[in-house]
Design a protein. Structure first.
Length: 312
């Protein structure tokens, strides 16, 4: 129990510090400050971490990609069930189907996940997590954008919508960093000690700065709107997805226990802040998504403790 608390407590402590400082005059523009910190994490810290852990290793093997396959089969089962079966039953407007599904399946892997997985499983687990994060961006963002855009009559042909979505995704710093890291890994050259030392600084900042930014962001969020639209995604994200991923990586794909446990723990992360950004972009479901993020993060303090107890 104490060992699990040592893993979990620092993560939520940093988030709480960010949350309460966001309520003070030190950060009068809490959301603006959080956006600046988040930009640093996504454009500098996580790319450095990706290159450090992927670029200095061999190109991912088929066995490692099986973990990704198992995780995303489970995730997309949940995504499409949420979008086309559950969302209509909750009377969500059509352009909000993809956003609702996104909030049911997109986990906070970049901020909470990096810190937790590194504490629980070290660099090996973190390397697997970074591959999962990369496919989050490569696949979830274009599909959600496509579903949201195609529901608008003025969007144009489906092919053009999909093309715009893919181009937008390929501009994402994490996706770009993934391609660079894997391309470098494929050369087998490795990374020099000097470059590794330089990368250590921003890479080491990814988790603490990201967690603080999450706390700052949540300091401006309130539970509001139709809470059913928030509670359902929280239950699906924190209960259904971890169970589905566990079944996939344990009984369908054969991978080492540490990799499987990394995937399951990654599935336990609460809904990430990117969900709110997309909801704002399409001006739909913002209150419900904000409540999902806040409620999911609060509930995850308990569910992550349970998950760590079972997996670590």
């Amino acid at each position: 129990m104490i060992e699990n608390l040592i893993i979990i407590a620092p993560i939520f402590t940093i988030m709480l510090i960010g949350f309460f400082m966001g309520k003070t005059e030190i950060f009068p523009e809490g959301s603006g400050s959080a956006r600046a910190l988040t930009t640093f994490v996504w454009y500098v810290a996580i790319p450095a971490l990706l290159f450090k852990l992927l670029g200095n290793n061999a190109f991912p093997t088929l066995d490692e990609l099986q973990v990704v396959l198992g995780y995303y089969i489970a995730l997309y089962a949940l995504y499409f069930i949420s979008a086309f079966l559950i969302a209509p039953r909750l009377n969500i407007e059509k352009k909000g189907y993809g956003i609702f599904a996104f909030s049911c399946s997109f986990g906070n892997l970049g901020f909470i996940g990096i810190s937790l997985i590194q504490s629980a499983f070290g660099d090996e687990g973190l390397r697997i997590l970074l591959m999962l994060i990369s496919f989050h961006m490569i696949t979830l963002l274009p599909i959600t954008t496509f579903i949201s855009e195609i529901s608008k009559q003025e969007s144009g042909s489906p092919i053009l919508v999909l093309k715009r979505a893919i181009i937008h995704c390929l501009k994402n710093p994490v996706v770009i960093s993934l391609f660079i890291s894997l391309s470098w890994a494929a050369t087998g050259i490795g990374i020099s000690p000097l470059v590794m030392r330089i990368l250590d600084f921003p890479a080491g900042a990814a988790a603490p700065v990201g967690l603080f930014a999450v706390g700052l962001s949540l300091s401006r969020v309130k539970l509001r709107g139709d809470l059913v639209h928030a509670i359902v995604p929280v239950v699906l994200k924190l209960a259904f997805l971890p169970i589905a991923v566990y079944l996939m990586v344990t009984y369908v794909v054969e991978v080492p226990t540490l990799w499987a446990n990394t995937a399951v723990l990654a599935a336990c992360m609460p809904t990430g802040m990117a969900s709110y950004s997309i909801a704002e972009q399409y001006s739909t479901g913002t209150k419900a998504v904000a409540s999902t993020i806040m409620l999911g993060t609060l509930v995850s303090t308990i569910t992550l403790m349970i998950a760590v107890s079972l997996l670590v």
